[in-house]
Design a protein around this ligand. Structure first.
Ligand SMILES: NC(=O)C1=CN([C@@H]2O[C@H](COP(=O)(O)OP(=O)(O)OC[C@H]3O[C@@H](n4cnc5c(N)ncnc54)[C@H](O)[C@@H]3O)[C@@H](O)[C@H]2O)C=CC1
Ligand SMILES: O=C(O)CCC(=O)C(=O)O
Length: 531
């Protein structure tokens, strides 16, 4: 019987499906072309979902997906997946960023050449019986000026191909450094307008975001040279289709090639279908045997590894946790979970902030992940957030108005390394801390007291007056109730004549035993909890 069920709801390569099926822990259903209401009916049964761009993973899908842990996107763009709903529901979203880069760059280049040499129109004209050599005259690529918006993976591959054609490339990308531009032999433009001014050719390779929506608009089209050709093989919505139509009609823009559309598929009355110089393809950028095999296999391994080992690669809504990181960070994650849970038991309710300090070698690790784990331990117990996990912990903390901060320092004080976690409520600060003695994790501070306690197990936490006889009384009460003591740590606060006793027990103390202890003279507070 498989532990995890994965639904593949868009077509991916057979090798990808086989890679998923290779794990005995996973059973796979391939069910493509589902209508939204059909997906809603079945998604509750699945732990993993694999999609391309057709399946729309909406907030309603997440609400119905009670068991869903991971979505794998066989491709780059994740705009068909509601990322914030995924994060709120604790579902990790992973894509396969590089498997379709070459195919998409080649397709964009093919569209640019087809546009320049009227390949589409010539084909249509020929098969309707004409031999039209006059009106189908094209333009050369050689010596032209090309603006690339978005110099990521695909933009970079496009630039290399353009340079081989003798095209001058100018690129705009907010993350493109001067050094990288120089090594790629492209001109670096500081703004999209500078890149577009005087360009003969334009290609878009940016994600669709509020900043890039209509990055090609009426004003920017005017900056281009007369007759310029524009290719969009990235996302519909980057180009203002109405502005393009107007400029084509006015004779300024020379042509448009689109692989992607604001609405997919575009309606039959799509205004640009009437344009004379245009080439359209139905979102084919990544549609090659090679790209589909790459992304199908990659996504299958990512979803499989996440479900069976917890390793996270190419996540778009949380830090990555590949198997090597998991190995180095794993023990710290367990300790962080215990510290968060412990804090939720001993700190005052409704804290305003959580502060996590990393001292010593642990400060060199991916502390963001460890802090997320502190939060999962704390929120699960303090706020009864049963669904909290590494993905949604920061969002849930924020929703509870909990401020989270993190600090690191190279040297710990009296331990080699320390994770110190404080819950803060107004002026009140309650701190717990843990460390490693060799490979063994230990909790070493609880609310101002030095102790040495295992990070997991059943515990009694007793605050008492520091005077003779109390520990003996506690032991007698536990013995009387047949609760065996596995371990015991004592810590005194000499100036205040107070002490804490942390007792690891083999069985959970009964409510009656806790009442007896609480009623014992000299005992101030008794807490029972499991870490
Ligand atoms: N037509 C198709 O079938 C395919 C389309 N795509 C789309 O192509 C686009 C690019 O993909 P990749 O190159 O793999 O992504 P990438 O992440 O490697 O590159 C995107 C680049 O855009 C840059 N960028 C972000 N905001 C920008 C802005 N406001 N102005 C200029 N640059 C900006 C980023 O810094 C990054 O370098 C994505 O939207 C993706 O969804 C990808 C594969 C297939
Ligand atoms: O799955 C596909 O064919 C679409 C590819 C795509 O648009 C992407 O990877 O962003």
């Amino acid at each position: 019987m498989s532990t995890y069920r994965v639904l593949v709801s868009d077509p991916i390569s057979e090798k990808g499906v086989e890679a998923l099926r290779s794990s005995p822990e996973i059973s796979v259903d391939v069910n493509t072309g589902l209508k939204p209401d059909e997906l809603l009916k079945i998604i509750g049964d699945y732990h993993g979902l694999v999609v391309r761009s057709e399946t729309k993973v909406t907030p309603a899908v997440f609400a119905a997906a009670k068991n869903l842990k991971a979505i794998g996107r066989a491709g780059v763009g994740v705009d068909n997946i509601d990322r914030s709903a995924a994060t709120d529901h604790g579902v990790v979203v992973m894509n396969t960023p590089s498997g379709n880069t070459i195919s998409t760059a080649e397709h964009a280049f093919a569209l640019m050449l087809a546009l320049a040499r009227n390949v589409g129109q010539a084909h249509t004209s020929m098969i309707s019986g004409r031999w039209d050599r006059k009106t189908l005259q094209g333009v050369e690529m050689f010596g032209k000026r090309l603006a690339i918006l978005g110099m990521g993976r695909i933009g970079t591959e496009f630039a290399k191909r353009a340079q081989a054609f003798g095209i001058t490339v100018v690129a705009y990308d907010p993350f493109l450094t001067a050094a990288r531009a120089q090594s790629l032999k492209v001109e670096l433009a500081e703004t999209p307008d500078i890149a577009l001014a005087g360009a003969d050719l334009v290609t878009l390779h940016v994600p669709l975001t509020p900043e890039t929506q209509h990055i090609i608009n009426a004003d920017r089209i005017k900056l281009l040279n007369k007759g310029a050709l524009v290719v969009n093989c990235a996302r519909g919505g980057l180009v203002d289709e109405v502005a393009v139509k107007e400029s084509l009609d006015a004779g300024h823009l020379g042509g448009i090639a689109l692989d992607v559309y604001e609405v997919e598929p575009p309606p039959a009355d799509f205004p640009l279908f009437g344009a004379k110089k245009a080439v359209f393809t139905p979102h084919l950028g990544a549609s090659t045997a090679e790209a589909q095999e790459n992304v199908g296999i990659e996504v299958a391994h990512q979803v499989k590894n996440f479900l069976t080992t917890g390793a996270i690669v190419n996540a778009v809504n949380m830090p990555n946790l590949d198997s090597r990181t998991l190995e180095s960070v794993g023990p710290y994650l367990d300790l962080a979970d215990s510290l968060g849970k412990l804090l939720s038991k001993i700190a005052p309710a409704q804290c305003d902030a959580i502060r996590v300090s990393y001292l010593g070698p642990v400060s060199e690790l991916d502390t963001e992940l460890i802090t997320r784990k502190v939060l999962t331990g704390y929120l699960a117990a303090a706020h009864h957030e049963a669904q909290v996990n590494l993905v949604n912990a920061p969002a849930i903390a924020k929703a509870h108005g909990l401020r989270v901060s993190e600090s690191t320092a190279a040297l710990a004080t009296n331990c080699t390394e320390l994770i110190e976690v404080s819950a803060i409520k107004g002026e009140e600060v309650c701190t717990v801390a843990g460390t490693f003695f060799g490979k063994s994790a230990r909790i070493v501070h609880i609310a101002g007291h030095y102790v040495e306690v295992n990070p997991t197990g059943k515990f009694l936490f007793v605050e008492n007056d520091d005077r003779p006889g109390i520990v003996g009384t506690i032991g007698t009460s536990l013995g009387g109730a047949s609760v065996n003591i596995a371990n015991m740590a004592l810590s005194r606060d000499l100036p205040n004549k107070k002490a804490v006793t942390v007792i690891e027990v083999d069985t959970e103390p009964s409510a009656e035993l806790l009442e007896t202890l609480r009623a014992t003279p000299g005992i101030i507070r008794v807490l029972s909890f499991e870490l």
